[in-house]
Design a protein around this ligand. Structure first.
Ligand code: SAH
Length: 463
């Protein structure tokens, strides 16, 4: 972000503008919505400009801007439609210590004026750092359509009512009041005029004052494999409503950004063999926040019920008498299979699918190796990066075919997704050579699609 968005208070401040044609008028239209004192410098102003001056909307000086004219100005606009003249005005402004904007010259400007959706006092400013003006216009048009015309009125009346609403305790209860006003009661009353909106505000406040405090709750939410578009709609809504989000380290930034800015975000997770938060601490943390009435989202990578120690946390909540629910997510094995374009089950090949873990709390995890070694078996192996040699050894020991395909899918569904096809007999070696960064899932019994095709072709050729 090269340009930092702020809303500048122009009440009673001075703003100078050089220029007297259409470009200048366009800037002035926006500036006239503020409470700034406007000074326009132009040796040959167009008639509209003269009229605005006659109406007292601005002060018109009928000559080019000169050194000294910009003294004390908060902002200086150069809008003369002449590059050299704009540059000269820019220099005058800068020498006077003002922030300078040369219209249509991003490089030489200190600030840019965003595209604006005006529902005063609600103002939406859209900026693209000059990268995509078309995009800014499209977003503006979209918002113009979507934001009700009465939004400004609601915000104005709401602002006047703030001191009443301060009777509600700070935090979620006050927030609930306002969101019900802006998104339900307010728009409903707005059609009947300002009086109706004021009445609605008082009635709503009375109701909220009586309301019992909402009980705390913990939602165990599956964040999926990493692509934010693979979140469920429910996950997205709960994230948006949460007061506290306690998340695994696996959950990437773009998903966490869906939480409200006021929400408390706590990273509390485990990384294979890496730093981790003790389970007892996580249990205590979610219990405590929920007891204080918070809506807690316990956000876990993939599906919370797959190698996520879900039961340990729900049991702790049961003991504490805290209500909870589970929202499933897309597990890594599904995402990995999708990245290969292959099915986890297939008629005539496998009638069962196994999900196993490479290690557990006691180290490398044992599994039913004999069952896994049967031809046609498909298994998703979680946390298998470091256990590759162990898994390979165990499977081959019980008679698995060293030519069994295995695919390592790292960062499934993320921009840095990588699939490496190999065979069981070379798994450990391949894993060491590829050294995938980030979470990786092993798909035992599945080859990447291309490899599968060429193996098939070889078989056909051999026949
Ligand atoms: N509950 C999670 C699994 C947690 S265990 C789920 O349902 O997916 C953590 C392991 O999941 C990692 O070691 C890795 O094996 C796997 N994993 C999670 N996200 C992954 C991703 N995007 N790509 C590949 N593997 C992933």
């Amino acid at each position: 972000m090269q340009h930092y968005p702020i809303f500048l208070d122009l009440k009673g401040r001075d703003v100078a503008l050089g220029g007297g044609e259409e470009t200048a008028l366009a800037k002035l239209r926006l500036l006239m919505k503020t409470e700034a004192r406007l000074h326009v410098f132009s040796p040959a102003p167009c008639p509209e400009l003269v009229q605005l001056a006659d109406e007292g909307r601005l002060r018109l000086v009928r000559r080019a801007m000169a050194p000294g004219d910009a003294d004390g100005m908060a902002l200086v606009y150069a809008a003369t439609e002449d590059d050299a003249e704009d540059a000269r005005i820019g220099a005058i402004g800068r020498a006077a210590g003002a922030l300078v904007n040369l219209v249509d010259n991003l490089q030489a400007s200190d600030f840019i004026t965003p595209a604006i959706v005006d529902r005063d006092p609600v103002t939406v400013a859209i900026g693209t750092e000059g990268a995509a003006p078309v995009l800014a216009r499209a977003i503006k048009a979209d918002l113009e359509e979507r934001l009700p015309a009465q939004l400004g009125m609601l915000a104005r009346l709401g602002k006047g009512f703030r001191h009443h609403a301060d009777a509600l305790p700070f935090g979620r209860r006050r927030r609930d009041f306002w969101s019900e006003f802006y998104f339900a009661e307010g728009p409903r009353a707005a059609g009947h005029g300002e009086g109706a909106v004021r009445e609605a505000l008082h009635a709503l406040l009375a109701r909220h004052k009586q309301a019992e405090t909402r009980a705390g709750h913990v939602a165990f939410v599956g964040a999926g494999p990493g692509d934010p578009e693979l979140l469920t709609l429910k996950a997205r809504r709960l994230l948006h409503e949460a007061d506290v989000v306690v998340h695994d380290r696996l959950v990437p930034g773009p998903i966490l950004e869906l939480a409200r800015r006021e929400a408390l975000l706590i990273a509390a997770g485990k990384e294979g063999f890496g730093p981790s938060t003790p389970q007892s601490e996580i249990n205590a943390m979610i219990t405590e926040h929920a007891r204080q009435g918070a809506q807690v989202v316990r956000l876990k990578g993939g599906d919370p019920s797959v190698f996520g120690r879900l039961d340990e946390e729900t049991e702790a909540l049961d003991e504490a008498g805290v209500a909870w629910s589970v929202v499933p997510g897309i597990t890594a094995a599904s995402a990995a299979a999708a990245s290969l374009g292959r099915s986890l089950t297939r008629r005539g090949r496998n009638t069962e699918l196994r999900l196993i873990t490479g290690h557990d709390m006691d180290g490398f995890a044992e599994a039913d190796w004999r069952a896994l070694s049967r031809p046609g078996t498909v298994a998703g192996i979680y946390m298998g990066k470091r256990a590759a040699r162990f898994i390979q050894g165990r499977l081959i020991m019980v008679g698995a075919d060293p030519a069994t395909p295995v695919t390592v899918v790292a960062n499934a569904s993320r921009p840095d997704q990588r699939c490496t096809g190999t065979v069981l007999g070379r798994l450990a070696e391949e894993m060491r050579a590829a050294a995938p960064e980030g979470p990786a899932l092993l798909l035992l019994g599945l080859a990447p699609r291309e490899a599968a095709r060429s193996a098939l072709r070889q078989e056909e050729a051999a026949l």
